[in-house]
Design a protein around this ligand. Structure first.
Ligand SMILES: N[C@@H]1[C@@H](O)[C@H](O)[C@@H](COP(=O)(O)O)O[C@@H]1O
Length: 263
């Protein structure tokens, strides 16, 4: 696992965006680059960096297919807290050459959630899998909506959200946890770790424990992010604020090993 520690949120976002841009540009295969994407406040700065490069003609998305991690069950596209809305508002609408048909987001209004999830897995497989999955992390260490004790080999499916997550996400729903949908569709931990590379953004003091558990904790379904320790291409991009619960030797190790700032 790589842990790339940047001074602050802006630098973390710049680093992550440059990493993703380099991967897209260097993709020479005769098939699209397949990019997994998250919602949340953490990736907003990365999206801004990416669409700025795109608008400046420095990075094309014409040959990129995207798959989003998750979506609330029961929210229509036009709901301003649906992840469909978030992704268009914060990213897709700003790209000049992203093809609509290359955007994949789980349909939270489906009548057949199980079928929708199966279809999603099949579509990912039809592209030969995901090249790079970018993600965020919940304060309880969840990746996508894989709450504590979700199987580390789980696939795309329906997830019940914990009270903790609904309280955390209630900041977007008028501070009312009951207004946060109780269920979501989410890629599984296994879906994420099947990707060739996984890049997780972890920033801010409130994510310090989640970062420590991801990097230093045991591999455990209690912290679903810890599954990344078993992945051969996992990168954590974080800021100083999130490092508060790492042991000093871990912190120094990653600063030392990443000194060369390899992309
Ligand atoms: N389902 C999403 C996750 O994919 C995201 O990682 C998490 C953290 O969001 P934020 O980046 O706003 O802290 O929020 C939600 O629960």
């Amino acid at each position: 696992m790589r842990v790339v520690i940047q001074d602050n949120y802006d630098k973390m976002c710049k680093w992550a965006a440059q990493y993703i841009a380099a991967k897209i540009k260097n993709h020479k295969e005769d098939r699209p680059f397949v990019l997994g994407l998250p919602t949340g406040s953490s990736p907003i700065g990365v999206y801004k960096e990416l669409y700025t490069m795109n608008q400046a003609g420095e990075l094309s998305f014409a040959n990129v297919v995207t798959f989003n991690m998750d979506e609330y069950l029961g929210l229509p596209h036009e709901h301003d807290q649906s992840y469909w809305y978030f992704m268009h508002d914060n990213f897709f609408d700003h790209l000049v050459d992203m093809k609509k048909e290359n955007i994949n987001i789980l349909n939270g209004m489906t009548d057949d959630p199980e079928g929708e999830c199966k279809r999603y897995e099949e579509k990912i497989a039809s592209y030969g899998g995901i090249d790079l999955f970018m993600g965020g992390i919940g304060v309880d260490g969840h990746i996508a909506f894989n709450e504590p004790f979700t199987s580390l080999s789980s696939r795309t499916g329906v997830r019940n959200l914990t009270t903790d997550t609904r309280i955390v996400n209630s900041r977007f729903f008028g501070n009312d946890p009951e207004a946060v949908p109780a269920q979501a569709l989410s890629v599984g931990v296994g879906t994420v770790t099947d990707s060739k590379e996984v890049l997780i953004l972890i920033n801010g003091h409130n994510k310090a424990r989640a970062l420590a558990e991801t990097v230093e904790g045991s591999v455990s379904h209690k912290w679903t992010c810890s599954a990344l320790q078993m992945h051969n291409g996992a990168i954590i991009a974080c800021d100083e604020a999130a490092c508060g619960e790492l042991t000093v030797d871990t912190y120094k190790y990653f600063l030392d090993i990443e000194k060369k700032e390899r992309l």
